[in-house]
Design a protein around this ligand. Structure first.
Ligand SMILES: [Zn+2]
Length: 88
């Protein structure tokens, strides 16, 4: 993504890339994305996120927590003999 120099919302050329902790909210649950880089317009408050920022936000978002959780379900080992007996 090329550098953004003009705010798409208000046309201000004061928009610039900032890096700070961003606190967002998802379904009433707030979470913080540390040291996130994004563009912010001091004139109208517009915020623009590039692809990397979006990826980072998703990594911290509770909305994506489920897919992030590793599958460590305990696997129950059934001895082959008991399986064969159950099938018989
Ligand atoms: Zn603006």
């Amino acid at each position: 993504m090329p550098d953004i120099t003009i705010c798409p919302t208000c046309g201000s050329d004061k928009i610039k890339k900032v890096q700070r902790d961003l606190t967002r909210e998802f379904q009433g649950q707030s979470y913080t994305v540390p040291a996130l880089e994004f563009y912010e317009c001091p004139n109208c408050g517009e915020r623009l996120y590039d692809w990397e920022a979006v990826q980072k936000m998703q990594a911290y978002s509770p909305a994506f927590a489920r897919s992030r959780r590793p599958r460590v379900r305990a696997r129950v080992r059934v001895p082959f003999t008991s399986v064969a007996r159950a099938a018989a």
